[in-house]
Design a protein around this ligand. Sequence first.
Ligand code: ACO
Length: 324
Amino acid sequence: MLRSKIIGTGSYVPKKIVTNQDLEKMVDTSDTWISTRTGIRERHIAVEDSSSEMASKAAKNALKAAGVSPKDIDLIVVGTVTPEMTFPSTACFVQSHLGVKAGAAAFDVSAACSGFLYALDIADKYIKTGAAGKALVIGVDQFSKLVDWNDRATCVLFGDGAGAVVLSAEKGSRGVLSCHIHSDGKHWEMLYSGNPCPPSPFEERKAANQYLVMNGNETFKIAVRTMGGAITEAMEQNKLTAEDISLLIPHQANLRIINATRDRLKLPDEKVYTNLDRYGNTSAGSIPLALDEAVRLGRVKENDIILFVSFGGGLTWASAAVRW
Ligand code: ACO
């Protein structure tokens, strides 16, 4: 049976760092409030890089780690809700930036913070059916262009960044074991943003309510419930117990949400990877960015069982299990 083996990971964050102390100068907030309520201390903000540039840099790093030439890629799937333009897709820009062969397939998936796991699910199915031999799966978002920098309730939460993996069709027991993706559109008003592409002047966007809008408290509750359910689904399908899990890499939105999920699973702290203190919530970039960091730090070893779980605007939620 063919499986999608992750043969390389990569990530990219823009250079500019905005700390909680920097935000104290911009809105009525404090480092104490942000770090105790969310776990976030700083985030990277894109000044020079666009979504497709961040995605391409992350993908280039993943291809290098995999030892794969862009010419060998058959499929590019990008999870993003902050695309380079309305169209063409960010994936097509990535194809052009990297020199991926003409004739490969490239498209974007819109599932907010679940974008990477949605993209992984789709690419996994192309690989398993033999429709693609090698795929680039990327999560990228640039929420700095969606948030109202005068709104303390939202601007402190997000950062910009990208992560990518290279999937290869291989026989054996290692690779993606399962993906589960879900949505419930009736909760769309919990978290949304108008179309910011192309960006319009501040006043026009405000009038059109194009900034990100979020019901933080309700999103929090739904996140804890749906992430727990998605993990249970992955564990049941693969007949896994908590002891079998080597590392849980959750969407990095809020440390309290992550800790609630950890407690529900009765996982020890060292089996849960977090890096949101340094990046904030990078939406679709969050899981592959954390994965790449974990891999490069040696936290992921051959045959380890890695679980991924996400939730986001839509509402969407998803999980994936991988034997590394
Ligand atoms: N600094 C200081 N005070 C603040 C700030 C801030 N940055 N933001 C809000 N406050 C105030 C509020 O005004 C409120 O004041 P009040 O009591 O005088 O009315 C008080 O702090 C408490 O506000 P709450 O919203 O109740 O705070 P809560 O503990 O719920 O934390 C938070 C808010 C961090 C947003 C939390 O609800 C959360 O993380 N929710 C999930 C959000 C999320 O994960 N969104 C991303 C989804 S993924 C995607 O698809 C993008």
